[in-house]
Structure formats: C-alpha cells, structure tokens
Design a protein around this ligand. Structure first.
Ligand code: SF4
Length: 440
C-alpha cells in the first residue's frame, strides 16, 4: 500500500466535461496523480478511482454530470471500494447540494485543490473529502501537465477571472486572475517543442488579461514566438476590453501568431451589454474589430453569443443579428441564456420564455451558417500552409489540418507527408465547416 492507502499502481479513470481549460486541468490532474504513483485505467470497469472533471457554466452541463453520477452510483454499489470523486467548477459551485444529492461521492475538489488530490484520495471515513478553497496564488506553475499526443498543445497561461460578467459563474468557481510566470511557460513550451509539438494555444479565462510583474500578454506572445520549434501560436479566450494595442501589434508583427481571433460578443445590444456588465458597447466592439482587421488583413474572427438574457427584447435581439451581419464572423458558439446560482443576474431571473430563446437561437445559428459558408467559400482557389494533424475523420486517404486562420482543411495524403509537417494546399470547395483542398 502507498501512503494514500491504495495498492501500488491504483488505476484512475478521468472524464472531462466543459471547456478547453478543463481539458488542460485534467492533464494537470493526471500529472499530479502520476507523481503520486497512480496510473491511467484503460476502461472504466477496471478503475480504482473514478473522477469527473466538471463544468458549471450552464444548467445543461450540470445536468449531464448529475445523470452520470446516477450511473456511477450503481457501479459504486457493486464495487464500494472504488473511490468516486467530482472535480472542477461544479464541485466549487454546488458542493453542499452535490454531497446531498450524491452521498456516494468520496471526494469533492475545486480547481485550486488539485495538488491535494493524492492526500484526499487517501482519506477514509464516512464523509467525503472536500476541498473547495480558492487560492489566489495557485497557478500549478511547477507541474508539467500530461499533454496528449498531437502537434498542438494547450498551455494554461493564466487562471481565474476578475471580470464578473453578470451572467457568469466563472469568477466564483475559478477564483481571481493569476498568471503563470513567463519563465515557467517558456520552459514548458520549449519542452513541448522538443517533443514534437508545433502549435501552442495559450489558455486563460481572459487570456489577454495575462500579467506577470512587467510582462503583459503582448510581450508574452513575443516571448513564445522566440521558442525554436514552435511554428504556430494561438490563444483563447481573450476579452474585448483587454485587446490592447500591444497585443494587436504582437499579432500583426509576429508571423508565428496566427491570424485568428476568438472575440466573445455575447450581445449586440448596448442595453444588454450594460446589463451583462461586459465593459464595452457595440460601437467599441466594432471599432476594435476594425482596428484588428486593419492590422491583420487575413484575420478570421469567431465569437460567443448568448440569446435570451434577462430583459432581452426583440429590438435587443435584432441588434445582435445586425452586429453579427456587420462583423461577418467565420464561426460562432451560440447559447441560450441559463440562470446560474451565485451570479449577479441570478436575482434578476429569466424574462424570456424557453420557446422564445429557442427561436432566437435558431435564428442566430441560421445567420451564422450563412456567414460561415460565405467566408469559407470566399477562399476557393486560395493557397494556404496547413499544419498536418493526421488522417481526416471522413474521406479515405485524406489528411486533415488547420489553415493559419483555424479552418479545417482536408486534402489527399501523399507518401512522406506526416503529422507535424506543413504543406501548401489549394482550396477547391468549401462547406461552412471544412475546406476541401488539393496539394498545391
Ligand atoms: S470574462 Fe465574463 S464571461 Fe468570461 S469568464 Fe470572466 S466573467 Fe465569465
């Protein structure tokens, strides 16, 4: 038995829900547990420890996890020695309700408690081990996550958020902003490059709010661009209010920083933007889009849209459609507003019916499909360098990769071409999601 009470090589099954930050956190958790002697289970049935890394951003995400916990209750009944734990945002958001609803849980750990997981797994007793304390200093800078295979790696540059948008639970479940020291990031990214990673995506809830002592996000981009072996740099998600000129200049002048920007809008109505506390108006947002496009002419822009926020009228919704048309996004993540406990909008409640939210969502999706199709089709005949990621999911004998502006390109395989190579391709046809290409 090890110090945690498990036999040698206890096997862990880890399921991840939610955003890319959670995927990165699961890689971190895997590294923490591996250091403590745990190994990864290849099947759920053989696991000694089952962990769910959860998301609290929308009600639907929480419901999925609660359903999953119900399934796992049966497994726990059959094998009571298995340790069952809940990690991440939902652990932080709903700890009391969770322990009540799922008394078979052995462990509940928030996003700042992952260092303590081996210790928590070693605790025995009737009550679950719970640690949901937020820690303003925790960046896990000294722990190298267990990155998956592949030419692209997602590297957490900062954690938490100070923005407190009225609808969002993130600042409450992930705590305040803190940035990983640049020296640790550069060391990590250099090691990734040595292992064959060609593209890094810097992650943070508001990644362009990155600041460590005198180093801001623009300078960080330049430092990462200086790492040999890294060919492409992306980042997600920036906040429009933090898109400083230094960041725009770094994007424009560092060829490794790719011409793609995810710029969450949420609503095109100034009234709703103010109610959401987003910190910008529609005019300021459009002005930012114009400035970034002027600096980076090949730029693709994607966004997040929420429909049906408290008080959103038909006019407000119309303003969102209008702004979407004005920008012409390459893609968009679209959501129906769902009231989240502990947020400032919680006490305001819901004013838009479910049916009306669904109608608005369908309209936004239809508009975006049109816009995506136009943006993708406009590239017909153009030649792009594509970083090969591997075989295409569809199409026998086809390879897939991303263009600099983050569009999926598929093209015929050729002997000698392999993941990690960059190849020139010519676009022959397009849907609103994929470019079909020939080798140029
Ligand atoms: S910027 Fe707003 S929406 Fe984004 S994580 Fe922070 S509070 Fe949530």
């Amino acid at each position: 038995m090890d110090e945690n009470g498990h036999g040698a090589q206890a096997r862990v099954w880890l399921e991840t829900y939610g955003c890319q930050m959670n995927v990165a956190d699961s890689q971190l958790v895997t590294a923490v547990l591996r250091r403590a002697g745990y190994v990864t289970a290849t099947k759920l049935e053989e696991a000694d420890v089952i962990l769910l890394n959860t998301c609290a951003i929308r009600e639907h995400a929480e419901e999925r996890v609660l359903g999953r916990l119900g399934d796992l209750a049966r497994l726990k009944q059959a094998r009571p020695e298995v340790k069952l734990g809940l990690l991440g945002c939902m652990a932080q958001h709903n700890r009391a309700a969770l322990v009540e609803k799922a008394p078979w849980l052995d462990l509940v750990a928030g996003p700042d408690a992952y260092r303590r997981l081996p210790e928590m797994l070693g605790e025995s007793g009737f009550d679950p081990a719970v640690d949901v304390r937020l820690n303003r200093a925790e960046t896990y800078a000294d722990i190298s996550p267990e990155y998956g295979a592949g030419v692209r790696a997602y590297v957490t540059a900062m954690r938490g958020c100070d923005k407190f948008c009225a609808f969002c639970v993130v600042p409450y479940v992930r705590g305040r902003e803190r940035s990983v020291p640049p020296a640790d990031l550069i060391r990590e990214i250099s090691e990734l490059a040595a292992r064959g990673v060609r593209e890094v995506v810097l992650l943070g809830q508001t990644v362009n709010a990155y600041r460590y002592e005198l180093v801001g996000f623009g300078q960080l981009l330049r430092m990462v661009a200086a790492v040999d072996g890294i060919e492409r740099i992306r980042f997600t998600s920036p906040h429009p209010s933090d898109m400083s000129q230094a960041v725009i200049d770094a994007m424009a002048s560092e060829p490794k920083v790719q011409p793609y920007l995810h710029l969450p809008l949420q609503s095109g109505s100034d009234r709703i933007l103010a109610a959401m506390d987003r910190g910008y108006t529609s005019t300021q947002y459009l002005d930012l889009v114009a400035r970034v496009r002027a600096a980076i002419p090949e730029l693709a822009i994607s966004t997040d849209i929420i429909v049906g926020f408290h008080g959103e009228t038909e006019n407000d919704f119309g303003a969102t459609l209008e702004l979407m048309r004005a920008v012409g996004y390459d893609s968009a993540f679209t959501f129906k507003y769902s009231v989240r406990e502990h947020t400032r909008a919680h006490r305001l409640g819901d004013t838009v019916s479910e049916a009306e939210k669904q109608r608005r969502l369908s309209e936004v999706i239809a508009l975006q499909e049109e816009s995506s199709l136009a943006r993708y089709r406009a590239l017909a005949g153009r030649v792009f360098p594509v970083l090969i990621e591997g075989p295409a999911r569809r199409g026998v004998g086809m390879l897939a990769g991303k263009t600099p502006d983050y569009k999926t390109a598929i093209f015929p395989a050729r002997a000698g071409l392999t993941a990690g190579d960059t190849v020139a391709v010519r676009v022959t046809s397009a849907t609103g999601h994929t470019l079909t290409c020939t080798l140029a």
